[in-house]
Every structure is written in C-alpha cells, then in structure tokens.
Design a protein around this ligand. Structure first.
Ligand code: ADP
Length: 423
C-alpha cells in the first residue's frame, strides 16, 4: 500500500506499507489510516523544512548584522533588549552580546554619564527608543558617553530609533542604530575652537583700526580734505561689516558652548519691528520695507537679540530679491495659540523645498550655481534659530524656488500675571 505525503500545495514523497510474513491484507480502513498518516507526515515534513529555511535566513541575517560597523539594538515594548549585535555590546561597554542581554537595562544606563552636545546631562526619558515608544514617528539624538569615575574623554554616538509595527499598527518593537561619531565630533570641536580663537584675535585689531579711523576723520575734517574723508568713510563701512562678521562668529562660539546670555525684559514687539525696519531701510535705496498689521503685544525676551533676528531676516530678504523693490513685514497675533507672529516676505529667488530643513543649520548655504553668487557664510539663520528657540519661539520658512520666500517667527504671549520675572 503506497500513500502520498501531502504538504500544502505539493506532494513531497510517499510512504510504502508492506505486509509480508503476517499475510495481512490491507483493507479500506487501513488505507484511510495510512492516508491520514501521509497527510500529517507531509505537513510535519513541510514545517521542518520551513523551520530550517527560517533558521538559515536568521543565521545569515545575524552574520550580516554582527559584521555591521554600527551598533544595532531591538527593544520590546517593555524597553527590554531583544537583540543586540557585537558592536552595540562593545559600544555599551560589554565584552559580548550575551553579557549585554543578561545585564539589566539599568546597568547599561548607569555605567555611563550621558551628555548632550552642549555638555549638559542627557535625560534618560529623552533616549531615542523611549521617545518612539512614547509616540514619535522616529527619533534621533547625539549622545556623549562619559565613563563614570574615570574622567575619560567622552565617546560620541549618533543614535537613531524607528518603530516596527504589528498588523494592528501598534509599536511592537523599536530598532535603534548607534553610529560612532567620536572622530567627527572631535573635528567639530577643533573647528569651534578655531572659530572662537580667531574671532577673539580679530576683535582687538579691528577695534583699534576703528579708533584710528575716528582720529583720522577728525584730522581730515579740520583740514577740509573731502576726498580723504570719502575714502575713510568707505574704510569705516568695511570695518563695520567686519565687526558684524566677527560678532556673528563670536555668537556662534557662545551658542556652541551654551554661553549665550540673554538680557531679558518685557518689551513691545511692534516697537522693536518699527525700529529694526527703520534701521534696515536706511541701508537700502533699492527696496521699500512695508509693515502691515500690528501685534499690540508685550513679549518677554532680549530686545537686542530679537532685533538681531529681524535684521538677519530683513537683510536676507533684500539680498536674495535683487530684482524686487519691496519687502513685506506682516504682524499678527494668534490669541488661540497665545503667539505673536512676525513674517518677512520677499519676492526673490526662493528656496527649493529640499533645503528647507537644512537652512537653519550652521554654515549651511544653498549651493545651486545661482545662489553661489551671493556672498555670506551661512550663519545668520543658524543664529536666528538659536535665539528664537531660546525665547521658546519658533522660526520657519515657506518658499519654493523662483517664487519668493516668507520667514515666520512666532513668539509666546504672556498675560500680565504670567509674565516671567525680569532677569
Ligand atoms: P547667508 O550668510 O549665506 O545668507 P543665512 O544663514 O542667512 O546665510 O542663510 C542660509 C541660506 O539660506 C543662504 O545661503 C540662502 O541660500 C538661503 N536664504 C536665506 N534667506 C533667503 C531668502 N530670503 N531668499 C532666498 N534664500 C535665502
């Protein structure tokens, strides 16, 4: 009696039943039983084959993941580590994956002091996998690891987490990738040190040049040397540009080291805008700066620093709209969201969407051939973003290439009782 082995969709073999000396003759019941055995054995055989295939694929994947230069971790919804590759174990100070998996989560977190880019303690609830479990679509952070007690230099990692969802869309697992960026951070530090040192060094000679220009101006005025005075005025204007540049670079250094101080007080936002617009208007004969609307808002912050933000936005609007003749400043209040909103709109060259998320980064400039012709260092928007963020505000852009640009700044509104105490 021969019956097929039946697996889903195929017949992987057959079973023969042979009766010899017993003289037994198979009947229908024996055949039904044999067929049932064939079906069960077929399914079992298929499962074994599938299991083997899965096991092989898993081993292959593991070999690949173990060889990756980045650390890879997978967390379950209790934030327990489900999977770690060799590099993740090493980056967290464990000699092997096994030891890392058996260690408690807490051990891993407490054997290092975690710091952020500014050297401040990195709160554990801001760890990227926790943020994703808390609902963020993905999370990314730069984290410095200080070995406790050793005082050893920090190791830096770029950590990115993404969710893996089950069929119902719930986060079943979070996968975290840790990239070692220590060398990059060291290079950044050297660059920051260089900027800080050179801007300090440049400040003194420029200040003394300004002093001598002033002395010479008085002398030439007495002598009635108008040609000489004309050239001196041009030297003076160039020195002012240099002074601005140096103070921007100094601001960058202060921001990087978290030392930018704000002199805060309550002030009228409309007055600040009127004053800034008037000052910037005096520097251009090609454009008219128009102010529309009012906020009638008292905001709380550093008057000078917020002024610096609007000077940056207005000078950019002038610079990047050479063929236009107006720039529109719009003031409004969103009482629902308790925000005062200032927008600066030009009808210039515009910014392609691909650059929107980068233009507030340090030294970022749009590098299309057309933009290359505009002078600048790519620091104005970075500084503006830092200042606005320090005021618990928001800055963003709406633009597309060739269709002008509008920058928005939203600042929080406080009622008289809520107004923070004067600093
Ligand atoms: P920069 O000194 O280069 O102007 P910013 O930080 O002020 O530096 O701006 C960064 C980049 O954003 C600029 O290089 C420019 O490409 C783009 N940008 C800023 N403002 C505008 C604007 N109003 N119109 C078009 N492009 C702009």
């Amino acid at each position: 009696m021969i019956v097929p082995l039946i697996a889903p969709g195929k017949i992987p073999g057959a079973i023969s039943f042979v009766a010899t000396e017993s003289g037994k003759r198979y009947d229908k019941r024996d055949l039904a039983l044999a067929e049932e055995v064939g079906r069960k054995a077929g399914v079992a055989l298929d499962h074994a084959r599938l299991y083997h295939q899965v096991q092989e694929a898993r081993n292959q994947l593991d070999i690949i993941l173990q060889g990756v230069a980045d650390g890879i971790l997978a967390y379950d919804s209790d934030t327990h580590i489900l999977y770690a590759n060799e590099m993740a174990a090493r980056m967290n100070g464990y000699p092997s994956v096994q030891e890392m998996l058996t260690a408690q989560q807490l051990d891993i977190l407490t054997c290092y002091d975690l710091i952020d880019e500014r050297g401040q303690p990195f709160p554990h609830n801001r760890l990227t996998h926790r943020r994703v479990f808390a609902g963020e679509a993905s999370a990314q952070a730069i984290i410095g690891f200080h070995e406790q007690g050793t005082g050893q230099a920090a190791r830096w990692s770029l950590v990115k987490s993404r969710p893996v969802r089950d069929d119902s869309g719930a986060v079943a697992m979070v996968v975290t990738i840790i990239q070692d960026i220590t060398e990059r951070m060291k290079a950044e530090q050297r660059k920051d040190d260089f900027i800080s040192m050179t801007s300090h060094e440049l400040k003194t000679p420029v200040t003394s040049l300004k002093g001598f220009v002033y002395v010479l101006q008085r002398r030439l005025a007495k002598q009635g040397d108008t040609a000489g005075l004309h050239y001196l005025a041009r030297i003076d204007a160039q020195l002012d540009k240099l002074t601005l540049l140096i103070s921007d670079l100094l601001d960058i250094s202060r921001m990087q080291s978290g030392k930018l101080e704000l002199r805060t007080k309550a002030f009228n936002l409309d007055t600040l805008i009127d004053e800034t617009v008037e000052n910037v208007q005096a520097t251009t004969s090609t454009h008219r700066l128009l102010v529309e609307g009012r906020t009638d808002a008292q905001v709380f912050g550093d008057y000078e620093r917020m002024g610096q933000v609007f000077v940056n936005l207005l000078t950019n609007a002038l610079k990047y709209s050479p063929l236009a003749d107006t720039v529109l400043v719009h003031l409004s209040c969103n009482t629902g969201q308790k925000q005062a909103i200032v927008s600066v709109q030009d009808s210039g060259i515009g910014i392609d969407k691909a650059h929107h998320e980068h233009i507030f980064e340090r030294f970022y400039q749009v590098t299309d051939p057309e933009e290359k012709t505009y002078p600048g260092l790519g620091i104005g928007l970075y500084i503006s973003h830092e200042i606005v963020t320090r005021h618990q505000g928001k800055i963003w852009v709406e633009s597309s290439k060739g269709h002008g640009t509008t920058f928005f700044v939203a600042l929080p509104l406080f009622s008289a009782e809520e107004m923070p105490a004067q600093a």
